[in-house]
Design a binder for this molecule. Structure first.
Ligand SMILES: [Zn+2]
Length: 300
């Protein structure tokens, strides 16, 4: 009896994998446990290409599956997460803020010689935002080395981590800021890794209908949000995710079972996008409320 087709793939969102406690951080030990439970439960970890092919209807999936995503491509992903991904031969996609990585050589995973101290999310953001990205972000050479193992895909997480949305004196000016960022991101990707990916991740999860369309026009036809919910097969461009917390595997299993259920995950997704849409509308200066109305979110 063949297994039936999978109708939803939960997408997991990690940021830091680090022994330093704090926001957006899962400890290396807990991350190891997360991958262990996925293996024990026979849950497949898709590559970004498999996920894309499934979404486009070009690949049938019959085994419960997930996608692992890492936002910001922090150096701790290279030091702690990547060796664990290798141990499990697990796929993932790293989303890079293109103005942050340095150009130096590949650093040792353990960084013993350089006596590197992992940094909290707050400190990492401060350093990256003040021109010291090389101290806290993966380098281009490291991203390429990770990609070349075949385990890691590279996606784009903007050029500046989203300062564009409030910097102009009108909505039109803010959109010009976004265009500039999209162009700079594309250029950096082509320069540094030779190709611009189609996968875009919205910084801080903030976007609007027009922002979504603009990113699509710039070739980012697969856009990762922080809207929770299920992801069904089909040509939808918006990917829904849930943030993984530093909690035991039982916590993770429950979320995977909820967002793997298209009905339950879909319903929770609709509620969450109502709440998030209201929050986004407050964060964007000058945008009309229509930018955050939901019928369009349903279509994308
Ligand atoms: Zn981010």
């Amino acid at each position: 009896m063949p297994k039936s087709l999978i109708s939803s793939v939960p997408v997991l969102m990690y940021h830091h994998i680090s022994p330093v406690d704090g926001a957006h951080t899962v400890s290396p030990d807990m991350f190891h446990k997360h991958l262990s439970i996925l293996r024990e439960r026979d849950i497949r970890i898709l590559s970004i290409d498999e996920f894309s092919c499934w979404r486009e209807g070009k690949l049938d999936i019959r085994q419960p599956s997930v996608l692992l995503t890492f936002d910001d491509a922090w150096l701790d992903n290279w030091v702690y997460a990547f060796p664990i991904l290798q141990e499990f031969q697990a796929n993932a996609i790293f989303f890079v803020v293109t103005s942050w990585p340095g150009d130096g050589k590949v650093r040792d995973h353990l960084l013993q010689e350089e006596a590197w101290e992992p940094k909290s999310h707050t400190v990492s953001m401060e350093l990256a935002g003040t021109g010291r990205g090389d101290e806290v972000s993966m380098r281009w050479s490291e991203l390429i080395a990770a990609r070349d193992t075949g385990l890691v895909g590279i996606g784009c997480h903007s050029n500046t981590h989203g300062r564009w949305w409030n910097e102009g004196s009108s909505w039109a000016e803010n959109l010009v800021g976004l265009k500039n960022d999209l162009e700079a991101s594309r250029r950096a990707m082509k320069d540094k890794i030779g190709v611009c990916p189609i996968h875009w991740c919205w910084p801080k999860g903030l976007f609007s209908n027009r922002a979504f369309e603009l990113a699509s026009e710039y070739g980012f036809t697969s856009q990762f949000s922080t809207l929770r919910g299920s992801n069904s097969a089909g040509r939808k461009k918006l990917v829904r995710r849930f943030g993984v917390e530093n909690k035991p595997p039982t916590w993770l299993e429950k979320r995977i079972s909820v967002y793997g259920d298209p009905l339950l995950g879909g319903a929770l997704g609709l509620i969450h996008q109502q709440l998030q849409g209201g929050r986004m509308a407050k964060r964007f200066k000058f945008a009309s409320p229509g930018e955050f109305e939901f019928p369009l979110f349903k279509l994308i």
